[in-house]
Design a protein around this ligand. Structure first.
Ligand SMILES: [Zn+2]
Ligand SMILES: [Zn+2]
Length: 597
């Protein structure tokens, strides 16, 4: 019969062997109307499926196996995070998708007879540049990045924009070096090389960038829910976005420079390399920015939204590329289709299932029997070996636990009080400043040791010049709110910055005081977005109709105190010394100030 789409005389079958057009829809093995996705004709082109977009060479049975592996990997990340083993979960998150890509390479003989060249220019190049960019990200990180908000100009410029752009440029360089080889001239080769380079880059960058966190022990403090969301973001949403956007960009390069000369006009924007690289950059920068600006739930949801867009783009590109590549050759002798297992005349598409024959394992062999069990065993073994090595290294570098000088069950003394600068009667030091609120409270600080981040009538934000410590004082007229309530509100607001902040039961202060007034105090530990540890002490007290909340946080790692103070975070002593200078309204109603009025 004559195909209505390409006009060639072809075998009467469900699909045209030359162009893949469905000829007799009633015989089609799929429930979908019209033309399906060329690499997996049982799926719609506009369905954002992960495995058939990122691993298009797999036959149907292989795709099912890879879906299973991806699902099991995600379940493993979630269970490790729920068990509190955040560093182990982070390692699984970093290696899961890259390992899947390597197994995919082997499964479909992607590199034909040139495994070394392909691996070096994709996976090895990707991981090496990931390590390099991880170090760069650490080097350009400002000294007080953990103390201040992650959306300061410096952090947004580097973490949100420059690092993703530098990463994209590096990740594209390896696959582009493979572009001149005629052997790799399918659009799917370009897509796969780009995706492999991108995911190995992302995994290596994550591990390098998280080295501080990984060196801090196997079960660090922190709330489980924010960590689980963050690890699913890092293990699934981020690598899928990287693979789909970089794969689309390299696929566009292949379409432009590898597609048959005559067909280039039809490619329009999808095959325009400049458009594709710019779109990939926009997607990657958006992915980095949503992680900086949004909370954990919203960031994961936004990244999944970006994943959907990138996957849809990649699918259209693959689909178009496979249609463009339909060869102008004579129909060959029948062979067994690895996708559906039926004998089909060998051309560009299977006559019975409609899959593009280029979107199948290069050796043309069908999915092996026991293939699933073999892959599952191999993948689990690979994952287990990588995690075992990483855990071994972590255990070797794990610091000894910090010991408190207090014995359990015994009241502990407060940190030693450093004499307050500017004691009554003393002349004010040249660097001494006083913050005054109209509520009648005031605090003196040494401007040489404390930098004012912001200051108004009710609020004073200071960072210590050694960059280990930040302190915020909030004053309000106490109208019915209890100190407990103030403290809880402050913890909630601090969790906007450190979402996993959790009560640090091992390091609670024995007592809390703001100036001369006793109040409530509680210690918390958590991490910033890069997994750097933060210890926070929040104190609240009320007197004379004024409530004051003081939040102090340090970026020190807990360590055994050498000078006998009752906290493994001795930077907190500076905060204690500062709070000694706090004055309440009743303390300021001295004769001198009355005369001054
Ligand atoms: Zn046709
Ligand atoms: Zn088939």
């Amino acid at each position: 019969m004559t195909c209505p789409n390409c006009g060639h005389d072809v075998l009467r079958a469900p699909f045209c062997v030359r162009c893949g057009e469905p000829l007799e829809n009633r015989d089609s093995p799929y429930p979908i109307e019209g033309r399906g996705y060329a690499a997996a004709p049982g799926e719609h082109r506009f369905a954002p499926r992960v495995v058939s977009s990122l691993f298009p060479h797999l036959p149907r049975a292989g795709m099912d196996t890879f879906r299973l592996l991806l699902g099991l990997g995600i379940a493993l990340i979630a269970s490790l995070a729920l068990a509190g083993l955040f560093p182990v979960a982070l390692i699984v998150a970093a290696v899961l998708v890259p390992l899947l890509v390597l197994f995919y390479f082997v499964e479909v003989d992607l590199y034909e007879d040139e495994p070394l060249r392909v691996l070096v220019l994709t996976a090895v190049w990707g991981s090496a540049s990931g390590v390099g960019v991880g170090f760069l990200a650490d080097a350009v990180r400002s000294g007080n990045a953990t103390l201040v908000s992650q959306t300061t100009g410096h952090a947004v410029l580097w973490q949100g924009i420059l690092i993703p752009l530098i990463g994209l440029a590096l990740v594209l360089a390896g696959p582009v070096a493979l572009l001149p080889y005629r052997k790799f001239n399918d659009v799917l080769d370009g897509v796969t090389f780009g995706a492999a380079s991108a995911v190995t880059f992302a995994g290596a960058e994550l591990l390098t960038h998280s080295s501080t966190f990984l060196a801090a022990g196997l079960q660090p403090a922190g709330l489980v829910t924010p960590w689980t969301l963050r690890l699913l973001t890092l293990g699934f949403a981020v690598p899928i976005l990287a693979a789909a956007s970089v794969g689309s960009a390299t696929g566009a390069l292949w379409l432009r420079y590898r597609a048959p000369q005559a067909d280039r006009g039809k490619l329009a924007l999808l095959g325009h390399p400049l458009f594709a690289v710019v779109l990939a950059a926009v997607l990657l920068v958006s992915g980095a920015l949503v992680q900086l600006y949004l909370g954990r739930w919203a960031a994961l949801a936004a990244l999944v939204g970006l994943d959907v867009l990138a996957l849809l783009w990649l699918r259209q590109l693959i689909h178009l590329g496979l249609l463009e590549e339909a060869a102008e050759i004579e129909v060959g002798p029948p062979r067994r289709c690895p996708n559906c297992g039926r004998e089909t005349p060998w051309h560009s598409f299977c006559a019975y299932c409609g899959v593009s024959l280029r979107a199948l394992p290069k050796s043309g062999r069908p999915h092996q029997r026991h293939g699933r069990a073999r892959l599952l065993a191999g993948f689990s073994a690979g994952l287990a070996i990588l995690v075992a090595i990483a855990v071994g290294v972590m255990a070797a570098v794990e610091p000894a636990p910090a010991r408190s000088p207090c014995t359990a069950g015994q009241a502990c003394t407060n940190p030693p009080r450093v004499p307050a600068s500017g004691a009554p009667g003393r002349r004010a030091h040249a660097n001494e400043r006083t913050w005054k609120s109209s509520l009648g409270v005031q605090l003196r600080y040494d401007a040489a040791r404390w930098r004012v981040a912001s200051s108004n009538d009710r609020r004073l934000e200071l960072t210590h010049t050694n960059d280990l410590l930040a302190l915020v004082v909030d004053a309000a007229s106490s109208s019915g709110t209890t100190a407990e309530q103030l403290l809880a509100d402050k913890v909630d607001s601090l969790r906007g910055r450190y979402p996993d902040l959790e009560v640090d039961s091992g390091n609670q202060p024995a007592s809390a005081a703001i100036g001369s007034v006793q109040g409530l105090g509680e210690a918390f530990s958590g991490h910033d977005i890069d997994g750097r540890p933060v210890e926070a002490l929040i104190e609240a007290a009320s007197a004379g109709g004024v409530s004051v909340v003081v939040a102090t946080w340090v970026t020190q790692q807990a360590h055994t105190s050498r000078n006998g103070i009752a906290t493994p975070f001795d930077a907190l002593v500076s905060a204690d010394a500062l709070l000694e200078t706090f004055r309440w309204p009743f303390e300021l109603s001295t004769p001198a100030s009355r005369i001054g009025r």
